[in-house]
Design a protein around this ligand. Structure first.
Ligand SMILES: Nc1ncnc2c1ncn2[C@@H]1O[C@H](COP(=O)(O)OP(=O)(O)O)[C@@H](O)[C@H]1O
Ligand SMILES: [Mg+2]
Length: 417
């Protein structure tokens, strides 16, 4: 009956026909991953079994996309009575005793203990591994339920490991990888434009679904994954440190708020602030910071950033705000500090797909002058990364006495390595 409103393309059909208990689908953007899972969820809602389905994604907005697509398809069908739908505190629908709920990966405590017959993790490469292994898999254990992981790749992380289980046919896992071009619904011209707009590497990850390793990356995927947590380990407490990257040339302004120290920090908020005018942006920034008493802000004061900082100080007289001028050298210090913190797992954060993509596509290139040029791959933003790096730079550095043992060693220039 679903075929009257939705038909799979051949790649989607291969996925939908697999009977495996665990399926891993690694495909390029717009291939139709979300759509295929929505269609399958509809079949389960209308099927003979009493199903309890759950959609999980890094953010509730992302999970809601799939949920809304399910609703759209159900409502387009001529047959069933309309489902009972509730939107708060999270979307949930009930159709003749079969349920479907959409949750973000941030709510592990309330997810634990609930059984489900099917769980779909959308953007699975972007959720913390523990969410899958410690929360989702136990939810399926009692029901002998099915797990579907769909995502674009993000380096060689847990999603890649699940994918590889399928390649070797281990543990009953099925997996498939396909480029966006497999979908007949994506015009070739769109792909050609993307190919021109973004770097070769970003294109290979985002549209050809390649699991590229992190070699040469400023923020290696393994380091970023060390920092991802489904829940923050502690309650937020001062000192609060914020970083702000003013948007220019039509880019949005980005804000990040941390607490803790350079040894142990937590990301409390990271977001873009979009407003039609500079003054409206200043107002929104001020309001966003009101939630963090005593917050210290470091903002980009390069060029137009300087008058913006002045405007912000006038608008929020009590705010402790300082400027940071970006030069090739100062930006390198800022970024190196963030890279080091991520490498040590010193910054715990819940997954924000936008930030994670920016980190993945952030590059160091050799400029003609011999300097490293740091920034987003062409076609990508790096405003969230810059805001985060500014906030991280502001973090207090725990006191560490330097212990010198004897004379500093000197190395002969001719010493053999
Ligand atoms: N079988 C299909 N029939 C019609 N439209 C489809 C089909 N599969 C995908 N689409 C459309 O293609 C676009 C991208 O699909 P989506 O599921 O969001 O991709 P992904 O999750 O892989 O990025 C959406 O507009 C979706 O409705
Ligand atoms: Mg999708």
């Amino acid at each position: 009956m679903l075929e009257t409103v939705w038909r799979p393309h051949p790649g989607q059909r291969a996925f939908l026909e697999s009977p495996a208990k665990i399926r891993v689908l690694a495909c390029g953007r717009r291939w139709g991953k979300t759509d295929a899972c929505a269609a399958e969820a509809v079949c389960n809602l209308l099927g003979p079994e009493p199903t309890r389905q759950l959609i999980v994604a890094p953010t509730l907005d992302q999970a809601r996309l799939l949920f809304e697509r399910v609703l759209e398809l159900v409502e387009a069908l001529p047959g069933p009575a309309p489902p009972k739908v509730r939107w708060t505190p999270y979307p949930r629908l009930d159709l003749a005793g079969r349920t479907l709920a959409a949750r973000s990966g941030h709510v592990t405590r309330s997810l634990r203990g609930n059984g489900a017959t099917h769980v779909v993790v959308d953007e699975a490469a972007f959720v913390p591994e523990k969410l899958i292994t410690e929360v989702v898999l136990p939810m399926l254990a009692t029901t002998n339920g099915r797990l579907t992981l769909i995502s674009t790749p993000k380096g060689r992380n847990h999603f890649w490991r699940f994918f590889r289980l399928g390649e070797s046919g281990e543990a009953g896992v099925w997996s498939r990888r396909a480029p966006t071009s497999e979908s007949p619904f994506v015009p070739e011209a769109f792909l050609q434009t993307q190919r021109r707009l973004i770097s070769d590497r970003a294109y290979r990850v985002e549209y050809e679904a390649e699991f590229l390793d992190s070699e040469g990356r400023v923020f290696p995927a393994e380091a970023v994954d060390r920092c991802l947590v489904p829940d923050l380990p502690r309650l937020p407490e001062p000192p609060f440190l914020a970083g702000l990257d003013w948007g220019r040339y039509g880019d949005p302004t980005a804000l990040a708020v941390l607490c803790g120290s350079r040894d142990e920090a937590m990301l409390l908020d990271v977001r873009r602030i979009e407003a039609p005018s500079w003054s409206a942006q200043v107002g929104l920034v001020r309001r966003a910071l009101e939630a963090y008493p005593g917050v210290r802000l470091l903002c980009d004061s390069t060029g137009v950033g300087d008058p913006m900082l002045e405007a912000l100080r006038r608008s929020a007289p009590g705010l402790r705000a300082d400027g940071f001028v970006f030069t090739a050298a100062s930006k390198a210090q800022l970024i190196d500090n963030l890279a080091l913190m991520l490498d040590r797992g010193a910054l715990k954060m819940r997954p924000d797909p936008e930030l994670l993509r920016e980190l993945e596509h952030f590059e160091a290139r050799e400029a003609a002058s011999g300097h490293r040029r740091l920034g987003a791959t062409a076609g990508y933003h790096d405003d969230l990364v810059c805001a985060l790096a500014l906030a991280a730079w502001r973090l207090p550095q725990p006191y560490r006495p330097t212990i010198l043992l004897g004379q500093p060693r000197r190395f002969s220039a001719h010493a053999k390595l």
